[in-house]
Ligand binder design. Sequence first.
Ligand code: UGA
Length: 433
Amino acid sequence: MKLSVIGCGYLGAVHAAAMASLGHEVVGIDVDEAKIAKLAAGETPFFEPGLGEILTQGLESGRLSFTTDMSAAAGAQVHFIAVGTPQRHDGTGADMTYVNASVESLLPHLRPGDLVAGKSTVPVGTANRLAELIAPTGAHLAWNPEFLREGFAVKDTIEPDRLVYGVSDTTGTDDTATLDAVYHTAIAAGTPRLVTGYATAELVKVAANSFLATKISFINAMAEIAETVGADVTQLADAIGHDNRIGRRFLNAGVGFGGGCLPKDIRAFTARAEELGKGESVAFLKHVDEINLRRRQRVVDLAVDSFPDHINGHRVAVLGLAFKPDSDDTRDSPALDVAVRLKGLGADVIAYHTEAIPNARRAHPQLAYADTLDDALTGAETVVIATEWKAFRDLDPHTTRDKVARPVVIDGRNILTPTTWRDAGWTYHGMGR
Ligand code: UGA
């Protein structure tokens, strides 16, 4: 099939390359010339395992191309809207500028029978509004949310755990058949596919992210209690996680969630619910957000308290800058936030990450960044682990001890074994353990 993907950020770039890998002819379109030039040259604009390979294969096969020219969308059977919906600068709602602009500029290139498939995470009600805009062209609209996780984005796109099609007529229209043809491999593999109305499809996405955020904040709330009574939240998570109604995944207590999705999605959902007069229904999401942000402060407090005097001038190594492992994404990253807060308190912060330093440096040039893990550790008086990156998980407490000035570790992701580190002479502080 001929497809266009409007917006070549995280979602769009992965979607375009993944669709080409399924055999479709795909054009990726974005207004950002630098991003398009990179993608067209086969360079991934961000760190994502496996993306480089399918990008190169797609370009070499001739099935995948990138352009800033919206007219290249003409002739595609399906146009995916994959632009960002960041948090508004003047509030907590979603900034719809890019969605609105991309649909407006796509309109002149739509033909009767084309399908516009929205993938961006949007406030419920958006699809109805866009469908009215599109209707005069004779094209249709479907809402087809994306559930990819950074770090697993290629696999999640090619082998999703479910497909959701929000369509205007749920009684089995051509739009469902069109999307089935797009996702033919997943359909053939028996992937669950749910056909819903627009509002349900829009809500599925924010509900899923809200649930995940709530699950993380739940365990972080338990961590707060555990800290007070001397319990171990990791053991607690293991114990409740064995109940498969609860499940162990997303019950890792630590410095909390961040990234370009969970934080802004729960805030936008709250803002939208308030607009609808239903703020009360999701008022708990404000607590979810607050619990989450408190965990960042907890790590900062532990670092401050690790010095008998003031933290001012003391060397603190912050290991990890991205919001999660296998990513260079520092958007709303708890790790970067902790580093910045400690620096703000006068600590001599040295930050390290294998992939995320360029992004972190762009946002926070005032921080000092180490070239190597050894450089970060050498002379550190307190070590803060802020991202659960494998290299940090694998640190050896004995050899690491020889590098630091003072063996104090704050395990902001609960990835180290406390007894092993304590036995090696470290003062160990975990999160809720
Ligand atoms: C999230 C969702 O998991 C995806 O399903 C969704 O498609 C995506 O947002 C999106 O809306 O596009 P992602 O932002 O890649 O994906 O990150 P997650 O894997 O969900 O992790 C979010 C944050 O929670 C990270 O900072 C992570 O470190 C933290 N986390 C995760 C915890 O603190 N504890 C856990 O147990 C799990």
